[in-house]
Design a protein around this ligand. Structure first.
Ligand code: GLU
Length: 720
């Protein structure tokens, strides 16, 4: 056991010491080429451990060292191959003892904090990535295009200094002919000076450290959904005021802003429209921020009304049901007038409210449509009725001037905006009240939590229950065709298309939301941990896979059959290998865990003879570490499998769920290979991992039925 632990720490699971990230391991490996002393020491200890256990001869050690040197790619190549960026300036690696001494002296006396040093490197690596080998200059056009693929736009306030610097340099260069400030070519030093003020954000972008690391792929999927919704021509324009009925029914815009300020927009995203009911969560947020939930909810409830959005009805406490329906929103407006800013004139309250909306939108377009305001006021019999009804029932705070309150409500509905600005507002809600593009804290997180809770249950008129069920995200729609969708801690989305369904929700916007959550695991109750058929754009592709491998290998190395069984039942590919080509079977064998070895071969049907990067088979591992009982078992297994005429054990990976197991146990499936959940030989081959020397049986029928039979056997074994 002790021996297992030692070797585990030293060799088998070095992956774990790097926080379980295979990519980190890759970088670690790449850095080995720089031959840092500590690193070499590590390698030596590592190798001496191997030698101590009789595992490798001197020759093999040399081979490994040589191979490591040969195979460790220059860092930037690795970066490109994996689309993952690392910021180590290999060119500044000390080559001689003198260099080393200089470097350590510099380190010692440098007043620069470590972070700054790192950033300096980042600037160099960025330059190297984009610079032309021929001219030695960087094309800023290419660089900014690269930045855009990460979701950062040129007009992002967080890269303002970069853009200003570019203009200054362009001017200093006497407006270099043939290029603009944004397409000019710069040398290394100038580039570094230009990007320095915004390097933290830029480095984060290129390191793929934003909430949506692979923004380009995500955007492609979004475009597909957008285009599918575009062909949907159902729905009718709102016509209770002429301004709404004049919209173009083909208008369709969609904007996204993540909590890291990654932006994407498609379609009619700059066409202005009025906020209408999308203003309701925002005025509610201001009231909560200023008065707190106790005061606010002593006037307005939190329950879905189950009735029409403008119905003349109060809850059993004689309060409007919630702040998302008209009665509740009028009440919120009265709180603003009478409690939040009782000393302000109507004009001042309008400005005050608009300034909140503007801050939430990071300074993007928030205007006012006077024609809509006047029309709203003209066609407001029902809203006035609600106001009088509430006044009769003493719903308003004292000192409420109903006429002013009603005007203020119509003004909020008539504020004008576009998809771009609204996506930033939605992102500020997703980001706990901090605007992602300006990084200004507009609301407290508790306020946002309350706002999102009410949006979740009451945001889409009489569809709210179904929306919460199907989409599972907070949203607010409005009669002008807007749909504000918030994915908490991830992003805000705004969809705008004027045709509405019979409940008042934008048809295309609704379709978009529903398709979004069927493609991505954004539904509040989607499981994020286990395998599912939905995409998770939040995780790095490699990270997800890397973590699964680490978990699997750790279970095998520590002899945990129960954990292995869980991996298998969750549908995981048990043949997965780490960077060194080491599989669960290698680890179980080298640690002498016979039970695990048996489980992997007999029940998971993994190949018995995968080779790691040094050419070692699991049986070699068992032998090298002196686990004779495992060696014996593996040898006899190999003999059995390699006998061509004997009944074959399928050497395929079964990625079955528990449900599959149950289906498999029904008698009609036992004899029916056609409907068996066991993979066909073709599937088995591909799942068994590329390049593995897996002896897949040639007879398709027998493979399937043998697989079924064996899985039924499995069920009879205790503990499965
Ligand atoms: N101005 C509209 C009203 O109060 C807003 C309706 C809405 O968007 O739901 O009737």
């Amino acid at each position: 056991m002790l021996k297992g632990v030692t070797s585990l720490a030293g060799r088998n699971l070095r992956l774990l010491t790097t926080q379980g990230q295979v990519l980190v391991h890759h970088q670690h490996r790449a850095k080995a080429s720089a031959a840092e002393p500590a690193e070499l020491l590590d390698q030596e200890t590592d190798l001496s451990k191997r030698a101590k256990f009789g595992h490798t001869g001197k020759q093999l050690q040399q081979k490994i060292c040589k191979e490591k040197k040969l195979r460790a790619p220059p860092l930037l190549n690795l970066v490109f191959a994996n689309r993952k960026l690392s910021f180590y300036d290999t060119s500044s690696t000390p080559k001689t003892k003198e260099d080393n001494a200089k470097l350590s002296q510099r380190r010692h006396y440098s007043m620069r904090p470590h972070r700054e040093q790192e950033q300096r490197n980042a600037e160099d690596v960025l330059f190297d990535m984009f610079a032309s080998e021929e001219t030695g200059l960087i094309s800023m056009g290419k660089f900014l295009a690269g930045l855009k693929t990460t979701g950062i736009r040129r007009n992002d306030p967080r890269v303002r200094e970069l853009m200003d610097n570019l203009k200054k340099v362009h001017k200093l260069n006497n407006y270099e002919t043939g290029s603009s400030a944004e397409t000019q070519h710069l040398n290394r030093e100038t580039f570094k000076a230009v990007v320095a003020p915004n390097i933290v954000l830029i480095a984060k972008a290129f390191r793929q450290q934003f909430v949506i690391p692979d923004f380009t792929s995500f955007v492609k999927d979004i475009e597909d959904i957008y285009n599918r919704c575009k062909t949907n021509t159902l729905g009718k324009l709102a016509d209770y005021i002429p301004q709404l009925s004049r919209y173009n029914p083909d208008s369709w815009g969609l904007s996204i802003c993540t909590i890291d300020g990654q932006r994407f927009s498609i379609g009619d995203v700059e066409v202005p429209f009025t906020l209408q009911s999308c203003s309701k969560p925002l005025t509610y947020a201001i009231a909560l921020e200023k008065l707190g939930p106790k005061v606010v909810h002593s006037y307005v409830g939190q329950e879905p009304s189950g009735r029409n959005f403008n119905e003349l009805v109060l809850d059993q406490n004689k309060k409007p049901h919630n702040p998302m329906i008209n009665a509740g929103a009028i009440l919120t407006c009265s709180l603003m007038n009478a409690l939040v800013k009782p000393d302000m004139t109507s004009a001042e309250i309008f400005d005050y409210t608009m300034s909140w909306f503007k801050r939430l939108s990071g300074g993007e377009y928030i205007g006012f449509n006077n024609a809509v305001f006047l029309s709203e006021r003209e066609a407001a019999d029902r809203n006035y009725a609600l106001g009088f009804y509430m006044r009769e029932n003493k719903c308003f705070p004292k000192r409420t001037n109903l006429k002013e309150v009603m005007d203020f409500y119509f003004q909020c509905c008539s504020m004008e905006t576009n998809c771009e600005a609204m996506s930033v507002i939605a992102a500020s809600l997703a980001n706990g009240g901090i605007c992602p593009t300006t990084e200004e804290k507009v609301f407290r997180p508790e306020v946002i939590r309350d706002v999102l809770s009410i949006m979740h249950s009451c945001g889409t008129y009489d569809y709210s229950g179904q929306f919460a069920f199907k989409v599972g995200l907070p949203a607010k729609s409005g009669v002008s065709g807007g749909m504000m969708l918030v994915i908490p801690n991830v992003m805000g989305i705004f969809a705008w298309s004027p045709p509405l369904d019979h409940l008042g929700n934008t048809v295309r916007g609704l379709q978009f939301c529903e398709e979004l959550v069927s493609m991505f695991n954004f539904h509040r109750y989607d499981n994020l941990k286990h395998l599912s058929n939905k995409k998770d754009p939040r995780k790095h592709r490699y990270e997800t896979k890397g973590l699964s491998i680490v978990n699997l290998l750790f279970s095998a190395a520590s002899g945990d059959v129960t954990a292995l069984r869980r991996h298998r039942l969750s549908g995981m590919d048990i043949t997965l290998a780490d960077y060194d080509g080491r599989t669960a079977l290698h680890l179980a064998a080298s640690e002498g865990h016979l039970e695990c070895v048996k489980f992997l071969l007999e029940q998971c049907h993994v190949p018995h003879n995968p080779k790691d990067r040094w050419g070692n088979l699991p049986v070699d591992e068992a032998e090298n570490f002196g686990h004779s009982h495992v060696v014996e078992f593996l040898r006899s297994w190999a003999e059995k499998v390699d006998q061509p005429n004997e009944e074959c054990q399928p050497e395929a990976v079964t990625t079955k769920t528990q449900a599959d197991e149950e289906i498999c146990s029904t008698s009609d499936l036992e004899t029916s290979p056609a409907t068996s959940p066991i993979p066909t030989p073709a599937e088995s081959g591909s799942r068994a991992g590329s390049g593995r020397s897996s002896p897949v049986p040639s007879d398709a029928g027998s493979t399937a039925s043998a697989g079924s039979a064996s899985s039924i056997d499995d069920k009879t074994k205790p503990g499965l």
